[in-house]
Design a protein around this ligand. Structure first.
Ligand SMILES: *[C@@H]1O[C@H](CO)[C@@H](O)[C@H](O)[C@H]1NC(C)=O
Length: 226
């Protein structure tokens, strides 16, 4: 307060009072026209005027800080919205009713018909392929199971997990002793938007399933990378 009064007297005693200006570091880019006018027309209110100016500075600082917060909040909000809109997860099983698929003469894409979840509609039950909605690291899990019907008959649960038609993991269960067998693979892989992931049943192999869902195929976005 003493400083304010001193400044006030200093300003008053000078002839060039009219040119007095409040130029210091952190001076607001915009000026408050009202305070200048009052200060010049009635110098006796200078102290009050300076306080008003200080308050105006503080208000300006507060406004700028608030603006900064708002900007950061908007940025964070847009990241969250982006994450929400790109959520992707599918988990499917071969069938709901007792049925075997194969054996066929050639490799065929397995069409999983029973859908647990298909968030983002990336999995197409009519083609059996999952189309990657956006680049990122994805986790895939595949379990294959088959039942030879009776011990001693050939069991051949053999499938490949493919990315764009190229095998990235395989499961092979050939066994003449067992009647039933299953195998699982879980992996994480970088994918690009539009990549296709599917499962092929190898020639002369077959899968059997029922409502217990022994054959499942799952994939989800772990985190986006674009
Ligand atoms: C601070 O923001 C309020 C609301 O937008 C506005 O009315 C006021 O004039 C601003 N103050 C300064 C010093 O910029």
């Amino acid at each position: 307060m003493r400083g304010l009064v001193f400044l006030c007297l200093l300003g008053y005693s000078h002839a060039d009072f009219a040119t007095f200006s409040w130029n210091g570091p952190g001076v607001p880019t915009t000026s408050d026209p009202n305070t200048d006018n009052v200060c010049l027309s009635d110098p006796s209110t200078c102290g009050c005027c300076l306080m008003q100016r200080q308050m105006w500075n503080m208000e300006n600082l507060f406004n700028l800080t608030l603006e900064d917060f708002q900007k950061n909040l908007d940025h964070t909000q847009s990241i969250i919205n982006n994450m929400r809109s790109s959520r992707s997860a599918f988990s499917v099983a071969l069938t709901d009713t007792r049925r075997c698929v194969g054996p066929y003469a050639n490799d065929v894409v397995v069409k999983y018909r029973s859908v647990f979840i298909n968030l983002g509609d990336g999995y197409d039950t009519s083609t059996g392929a999952f189309t990657v909605p956006r680049s990122g690291v994805y986790v895939f899990a595949l379990t294959a199971y088959s039942d030879s019907g009776a011990p001693g008959f050939l069991l051949a649960a053999c499938v490949h997990l493919r990315k764009n038609g190229i095998t990235i993991a395989g499961l092979d269960e050939y066994n003449n002793q067992d009647q039933e067998d299953s195998a699982t693979v879980v992996l994480a892989k970088q994918m690009q938007t539009g990549d296709q992931v599917d499962v092929t049943l190898l020639a002369s192999c077959y899968l059997c399933d029922d409502s217990s869902h022994y054959n499942t195929f799952t994939g989800f976005l772990l985190y986006a990378t674009d």
